[in-house]
Design a protein around this ligand. Sequence first.
Ligand code: FAD
Length: 445
Amino acid sequence: MAMKRHVIVGGGTAGLNAITTIREYDRGESEVVLLSGEWPYARMVLPYYLGHEISESHVFTATATRLAKLGVKPHIGRRATALDTKNNKLTLDDGTILEYDDLLIATGSSATRPPIPGANGPRIYNQWAMDDTRGVLAEIKGGMDVVMVGAGFISFTILNSVLSHGVNLHVIEVMPQVLPRMIDREAAILVQDWLRGRGVHIHTSTTVKAIEDVDGRKRLLLAEGGDLMADLVIMGTGIRPNLGWLAGSGIEINQGVLVDDHLRSNVSNVYAAGDVAEGPELITGKREVHAIEPTAMAHGRVVGANMVGRDIAYRGSLLMNILDVQQLDIASFGNWSAADRETSVLLEPRGHIYRKLVWDGDRIVGAVIMGPARGIWTTNDVGMLKGLIYSGVHLGAWKGYLQEHMKDLKKPFVACHVIRDMLPVTVLDHPTVPARDVVAVEPAG
Ligand SMILES: Cc1cc2nc3c(=O)[nH]c(=O)nc-3n(C[C@H](O)[C@H](O)[C@H](O)COP(=O)(O)OP(=O)(O)OC[C@H]3O[C@@H](n4cnc5c(N)ncnc54)[C@H](O)[C@@H]3O)c2cc1C
């Protein structure tokens, strides 16, 4: 009997985790084909390369040797252009047609730029792909004026690395606050103050209307009047899922590919995972796109298991964003912005400390936590808070205690046995096996 053929489209976090999981279960007893526009690498590691903390080779997540050990047939540098779900055929940009038994859509997202004149000129980079990082590294020099357009999560993941080059940094944000989709206004004001205290120029409620080239420099014209001169511009103006190649495939799409708790699309042998998938959220069960690494990782693992015939249901993803911004720890989880829910807030402006808990009865369903990383209390509490939300624990009388003592997460965390409850929780039906230990005993092909 012919071996089953799994085709994985996209070699990012979701795709690679699916492949490793397939091999964790079947040890090489199926054919695995990887089609990916780029060689597999981890985008979230790019900031460390940008800050010269690691070399470029450390960003990659699989070498040719590793893929061979996993028994994977790679098609790298090629792109999917069409999917025929009736005949199980995938078309590549060079005209090749790949047949599959089942297929994973893991094509991630791409950066988008606002439609402003000059936005595609020289010395303007996104901060999403390896080539963006290479481009910035080739240009950036101490003493330069650098403008970051967009003050969202991705821009902030590279902020420390950009500053480490000794540049004069301006951050422009169209909304009235930085990190508008990650923290609330009270917290953002403290972040802005913290950064201004470290010499970063923050321009909120500011819109770039055009970018011009003047004597080898960039002039950013602002809608509110005035301009800003820069040597280098970095765009962090959003991303959108790579779905164009699915036109006419019959795959149901909303913001992303709609998937059930097994990460299956409306076509039963086609799955989706990572940034491109709109799958169940942990607390409400509603389907959402979470363009974050932990979701891509868990999705990939669940899909891999289901592709080899396991029956693994996914509990859902918890939205989480965690940042270190010049030694200020900032994190938010779950339903942090819920305006209609009971909240408890602690605000200490002078210490740059902010905490907000969002309640559903005696359970925490969302939170914002922020404070200097001096000492370890904020960093530790980020982890405990995640545990309290992820476990869905009913805090009972500890709710009142927490409301009185917002800085003491440890007592309720210990008393409610969060660790004991979380330890046996696994994404798959067994404890995690280190990825490096997974190989295909008999490489396919
Ligand atoms: C600078 C930066 C910092 C980040 N930091 C964090 C962080 O701290 N925490 C966090 O949770 N998340 C972070 N993220 C987000 C995280 O990297 C993404 O959520 C994650 O990469 C999603 O994984 P994925 O596998 O879904 O997609 P991707 O990693 O984007 O992989 C998709 C792959 O598909 C390929 N592809 C696309 N279209 C096609 C096609 N038509 N045919 C073939 N192949 C195709 C692409 O080339 C790519 O290889 C960061 C991202 C960036 C850019």
